[in-house]
Design a binder for this molecule. Structure first.
Ligand code: MG
Length: 280
């Protein structure tokens, strides 16, 4: 074979092999904090979890979403209505012990009450398509993680962050639309405080084998106010808080879990919540 045909063959072979995205390189380090206490630091592709330095972890670009679209927010015929503003649908929610929630029903919305704990759905789900609307407080208080903080917890544990990220910089993997500590949003599509915002989430649950190993990772696709912010993102672990710069690993759990919203001390509101289950 001459040089040209070898080159052609090499090009054909390389074209035939699909290029797959590499798994992120995740490393951990123990560092001492100011008090001399050991703290775990996690790095994903060399970037520290909750990195605030824009030179190392740029802030997502701010984009202007279109106005709220009531037609797009309407539940399809096959959806389960989890909350529609009525007293009856308020009964679909409990505290984390299954008792009555201390969250309030205010003007057709579920409102987080400080120190009341998470609110959770009565039923449990795995993979699903989920529509949620939320509004951070119109009265702006605090900054960073202290402003309009809540969170949507799929299966009670995989957190899609809810935060007032309108002119409120924080670490990108913890801003509104972040999969907490794992994936920053592609863009910042936040509306102003007090305005209703939408999340349209497609979530595939993780699958574990008997040894507790993940055989299929969880996956999120998230549309925020009509704009894709998480594009079929595979989770390489959990989103649980494990210190200021580290999040949890996968831990085997049941095939279904409660949908939870976080009480982070700020009166964030939710409304129009519906879900369509997805077969695995
Ligand atoms: Mg949160």
């Amino acid at each position: 074979m001459n040089k040209k045909s070898i080159l052609t063959l090499a090009l054909l072979v390389s074209a035939a092999i699909p290029v797959l995205a590499d798994a992120p390189v995740i490393t951990k380090e123990i560092r001492l904090n100011k008090k001399g206490k050991e703290v775990e630091y996690m790095f994903i592709d060399g970037i520290k979890v909750h990195e605030t330095d824009p030179a190392k972890q740029p802030q997502p670009k701010v984009v202007n979403p279109k106005p709220y679209d009531a037609k797009a927010a309407k539940a399809p015929a096959n959806a389960k209505i989890l909350f529609d503003g009525t007293e009856e649908s308020f009964q679909n929610w409990t505290d984390t012990e299954g008792g009555p929630t201390k969250w309030k029903l205010v003007d057709g919305a579920l409102e987080s009450v400080r120190k009341s704990g998470y609110i959770q759905s009565k039923e449990q789900w795995g993979s699903c398509r989920l529509h949620i609307e939320f509004a951070t407080p119109v009265t702006v208080k605090g900054n960073g993680q202290g402003r309009g903080n809540s969170g949507v917890f799929l299966m009670g544990q995989y957190e899609l962050q809810v935060l007032d990220s309108y002119q409120n910089p924080t670490y990108p993997d913890g801003q509104c639309g972040a999969i907490y500590g794992r994936s920053k949003p592609l863009v910042n599509a936040s509306r102003k405080p007090g305005e209703w915002q939408t999340y349209d989430i497609t979530f595939h649950r993780p699958i574990f084998n008997e040894k507790g190993e993940v055989t299929r990772r969880a996956k999120f696709h998230v549309v925020h106010n009509g704009i894709v912010i998480q594009d079929n993102v595979e989770l390489y672990g959990g989103t649980g808080w494990r210190g200021p710069h580290s999040v949890s690993e996968y831990k085997k759990h049941e095939d279904k879990g409660y949908l939870k919203f976080q009480d982070h001390g700020n009166p964030v509101r939710y409304r129009n919540i519906w879900m369509v289950e997805i077969d695995d």
